[in-house]
Design a protein around this ligand. Structure first.
Ligand SMILES: Cc1ncc(COP(=O)(O)O)c(C=O)c1O
Length: 370
């Protein structure tokens, strides 16, 4: 009997139609706001462009295969996160968010949900393994967290939260579904800002939510329909096109990151390196247990703001930019935003697909300039 095909290999064709003579491997973007619809309104798979449309359906089928649950696509990672936070709670419920995760998610909950009677609690990602989840209705957590890459045990969190009848959603942006499988580990929801590695070319903002739970995914889909948070067909198609190369890009990015993290660890100008693939990193044990890759983000500390700015200016191959997961290496002094409680000299570095010798040489030469 043939062995099952890996998700990595399936990602090349995920969501593509069955082969048929004369047809392309994957359809192009379908631009339509309106579909022919005669008779009863219950008839017709596609009715109106805000409800559903074929380019979304193809990508959702591909994501569903790889996530292991039904999927709903969104025009950004933030709209995917907002869909989870807004559609799954009632006034009086308490949402748990990471204090060290992506800041705008906390901002959204604090600004737009708390005023309607939803309570917000935050926790440092490193403390989640010892948290009891008392009184939590919904937790939207990140592992590894962004930017400092702390991890927690997803299966343990799911077990504890389910015992309290809560919902566990994982923001899987820093690894993607090919790097970690939140639904298989027991989470109710997996979400991803596909703007990052899934699209990977720094030219599209996109997101998705996946779940095996039909009731939850229907609430998420309804929120998209009635809030009108819908992605365009061109962006959807570009993400689907990029999905075919996600595995190969991740492989190169993670290999480069592993080599670069080791070099950084030895450099006298670098005070601290955080990378879940480094033995001795606080995230190492959990990462080896539940992640399929160590990731492509490294956070490291230089002496102060000036040292970090000098380093960024001295890099030739590395773009100074506020994102991660692209084919180009990019880095930023993360404290410049003021939204993370981290030292001024911390660099968040997203390793790209360059040849390892080139990127390591560029980074080491730039560090020597400090
Ligand atoms: C972990 C994480 N989640 C969500 C988002 C939001 O994604 P988007 O910028 O596509 O709205 C980001 C963006 O940086 C992120 O890093």
């Amino acid at each position: 009997m043939n062995k099952p095909i890996s998700k990595a290999t399936r990602s090349i064709n995920a969501g593509a139609p069955a082969p048929k003579n004369g047809q392309s491997f994957k359809s192009g973007p379908e631009f339509a706001s309106t579909f022919h619809l005669s008779g009863e309104t219950s008839s017709g798979e596609y009715q109106y462009g805000r409800f559903n449309q074929p380019t979304w359906a193809a990508l959702e089928q591909g994501f569903a295969e790889l996530e292991g649950g039904d999927c709903v696509v969104f025009p950004s990672g933030m709209s995917a996160a907002s869909a989870i936070l807004t559609s799954l709670v009632e006034p009086g419920d308490t949402i748990l968010l990471p204090s060290d995760g992506y800041g705008p998610v906390r901002h959204y909950a604090q600004t737009y949900l708390v005023k309607f009677g939803i309570k917000l609690k935050t926790i440092a990602s490193k403390d989640i393994d010892n948290f009891d989840f008392d009184g939590i209705s919904l937790a939207l957590l990140e592992t590894p967290s962004n930017p400092m890459l702390d991890t927690f045990d997803i299966a343990l969190a799911a077990q504890k939260l389910h015992a309290k009848r809560g919902i566990l959603a994982i923001d899987n942006t820093t690894l993607t579904f090919l790097g970690q499988q939140p639904l298989a580990l027991g989470a109710d929801i997996s979400m991803c800002a596909d703007t990052k590695a899934v699209n990977g070319h720094s030219d599209v903002v996109f997101g998705h939510v996946a779940s095996k739970n039909t009731k939850l995914i229907e609430k998420i889909r309804d929120w998209r329909k009635y809030s009108g948070n819908i992605p365009g067909p061109m962006e959807t198609w570009l993400v689907h096109r990029s999905l075919s190369t996600l595995d190969i890009r991740l492989q190169r990015m993670c290999e480069n990151a592993e080599l670069l993290a080791l070099e950084l660890q030895q450099h006298p100008k670098v005070a601290l390196v955080r990378y879940p693939g480094l033995q001795g990193d606080p995230s190492y044990a959990v990462a080896q247990k539940q992640q399929e890759i160590n990731g492509f983000i490294i956070s490291f500390e230089l002496a102060n703001k000036e040292a970090a700015d000098t380093f960024l200016r001295a890099c030739n191959l590395v773009y100074e930019a506020t994102s991660f997961g692209g084919v180009h290496s990019m880095a930023e002094r993360r404290a410049r935003w003021g939204s993370d409680d981290i030292p001024e000299g911390t660099i968040r570095f997203s390793v790209g697909c360059e040849r390892s010798e080139d990127i390591i040489d560029d980074v080491i030469s730039a560090l020597d300039e400090i």
